[in-house]
Design a protein around this ligand. Structure first.
Ligand SMILES: NC(=O)c1ccc[n+]([C@@H]2O[C@H](COP(=O)([O-])OP(=O)(O)OC[C@H]3O[C@@H](n4cnc5c(N)ncnc54)[C@H](OP(=O)(O)O)[C@@H]3O)[C@@H](O)[C@H]2O)c1
Length: 237
């Protein structure tokens, strides 16, 4: 049975990815601090871990030992910080970079080092904020842009080991995180909706489908790329 590890696969976009891989017949290991909304399912294994302890990616070895094989790693866990650059404290910047970049960096390295029969695939969740600046999100934009550079570097270094690495960049997708950011700002919300070319918010399933595609054999010759899932928001209006 193929196996996937999804960080933050217990809620929001990650939960839709967990459900998608389950439907596709994978065993899913979910890494997050809480169990969240994870379904009770014999093919879902919750592996509690705080990823901000990024310098110790042994959790991936533990999962590999339990699963016997790892085919796909989805680095989805992330946090937002809605502040312009001059308001971000050193501690806040460190928190955002620790989860959104350093934990992902360490997990990519450890995943490549594990034995992979028949290769493997890594999917890093960046954001539209990785390909364009969004207002009042300096630390987040910095982190999500770094994710795209990391993805390219891993794609090149891991290719000889049969491992592909791609980034997926969700646009405005309705989840707890986006709603929390926009709840206090109805004017901005209306502006965003008027700016999305299709006029529609994306769904977590839209993102999960893209993640599954780049992880699957259908994308066997695709590596190092950045796939926006934003209805064209980042390419103009
Ligand atoms: N929603 C959007 O519209 C959107 C758009 C672009 C990009 N994204 C990106 O998509 C990803 C998922 O976003 P989301 O909206 O689904 O966010 P979310 O609902 O806030 O979920 C964040 C996930 O990360 C986990 N997490 C947070 N801190 C963690 C830590 N220290 N250690 C381990 N796990 C941790 C959370 O689980 P626990 O709290 O249980 O640890 C949760 O599963 C993020 O990388 C985000 O930047 C989202």
């Amino acid at each position: 049975m193929k196996t996937v590890v999804i960080t933050g696969g217990n809620k929001g976009l990650g939960l839709a990815q967990t459900e998608k891989f389950l439907r596709e017949g994978y065993r899913v290991y979910v890494v997050s601090r809480s169990r969240g909304e994870l379904p009770e399912d014999p093919d879902v294994v919750f592996h509690p871990h705080d990823l901000t302890n990024w310098s110790d990616p042994r959790w991936l070895n533990e999962i590999h030992a339990d699963a016997g094989r790892l085919d796909v790693l989805v680095n989805n866990a992330g946090m937002h910080l809605k502040k312009p650059v001059w308001e971000v404290s050193a501690e806040e910047l460190e928190n955002v970079l620790s989860l959104n970049v350093k934990a992902m960096f360490a997990a990519c390295g450890r995943f490549v080092e594990l034995p992979h029969e028949g290769g493997g695939a890594i999917v890093n969740i960046s954001s539209m904020a990785g390909v364009m600046a969004l207002p009042s999100a300096a630390a987040y934009v910095t982190a999500k842009t770094a994710v795209i550079g990391l993805t390219r570097a891993v794609a090149v270094d891991a290719a000889p080991y049969g491992i592909r690495c791609n980034a997926v960049c969700p646009g405005f997708i309705e989840t707890e995180m986006t709603l929390a950011v926009l709840r206090g700002d109805p004017e901005r919300r209306a502006k965003i909706e008027g700016r999305i070319p299709s006029g529609k918010w994306g769904t977590p399933e839209d993102v999960a489908n893209a993640v599954f595609f780049v992880a699957s054999d259908a994308a066997a010759y695709i590596s190092g790329t950045t796939l926006p899932v934003d209805a064209g928001y980042s390419v103009g209006f």
